[in-house]
Ligand binder design. Sequence first.
Ligand code: DSN
Length: 425
Amino acid sequence: MISALEMYDPQIYELLTQEKARQSGAIRLIPSENYVSKAVMQASGSCLTNKYAEGYPGKRYYEGQQVTDLIENLAIERAKKIFNAEHANVQSYSGSVANIAAYSALLDPGDMIMGLSLTYGGHLTHGSKASLTSRFYKSVPYEVDAKTGRLDYDRIEDLAKKHKPRMIISGATAYPREIDFEIFGQIAKKVGAYHLSDIAHVAGLVVAGIHKSPVPYADIVSTTSHKTLRGPRGGILLCKAEHAKAVDRAVFPGLQGGPHLHTITGIAVALAEADTPEFINYAKQIVKNAKRLADKLLEYGFNLVSGGTDNHLILIDLRNKGIKGRKLAKALDRAGIVTNFNTVPGDPAPPSDPSGLRLGTPAVTTRGMKEPQMDTIAGLINKVAQNIDNEAAIAEVGKEALLLSSQFFVPEHFIIPRKNNNFVE
Ligand code: DSN
């Protein structure tokens, strides 16, 4: 059967077909990416894309909410359950918006925030110079120790005592170790600051009980829904009941109009999936895979920031290999191994051409890959690094990568064959 999309817009249809093929052919190692299940994909691409619902369940500014209220309430209750939180807001369009909503819920413009510096593994919205967050708020970033690659909680406490920020942000986008959210909570209490914990990267590990949850130690917890948590792309805020009103108001009407209900529907499904023994096994395997990949990369002489990993993510410092992160990421991409170049702590090189490469195991774990496949992947990465200027060798690695990839199921795997649709120009 020819799909409506194929009939109406063959150009977009063709491009989507190519992207599906790319996603199923490649070994995807970007730590913030994953594959959603068919059920999540169906829910996200549902008729809810047609609906406006400004406000919250029971208090909407548009009629016709007989079903939407039930769906959003389900998403809220599921989020509260799996994160053991007093309140959840599932409307943020993204993690960035969720973070900005958290600031505006508790802070005044000009207040000071203290988050991990972008080039040391923090997120843009944690007060980076490049982000609006540093224009609305004074930002005093903390760093990881450039030698150990780890957070130094004593130094963070000293910095907090010196600057007395109104909010301390825990959480990272390129930190391979478990973060002690309890200590962050204690530091925040000592200096009278709020504690926002951004668990976008490790939310799935937190739900599975592999990493300690920040929920008891933070005023607000923010997360995206699409990384280890394996939902569609959106943001979730969790908080104590005392901040519920402020958080809800900050999201709507503070920052957003109508919520994306098709996304919230997909999030609801993903949260149900996360509340299963299968999800816990998947999350455990993510970490096992990352550790094994890290061990093998170490054997090949790669320097890893902090010497390894406790989570889903590995940060390679390539300086001893004499290759820049960007060059290696591009060569790997040509071989069908998809990563991203990244700064390393204390990087002398700029973010546009940094010294590091960031890898993660959520997507390959979703496809069912385990430790033996991590050995193979490490070997392929090493081959590309050793042959960085040899296109023929990189093409050979590409064949091996495709062979490995073809042995593992992709949840939303369907490459729709092109039809001979001669009724479309
Ligand atoms: N979420 C970030 C990442 O880690 O890829 C980018 O915002």
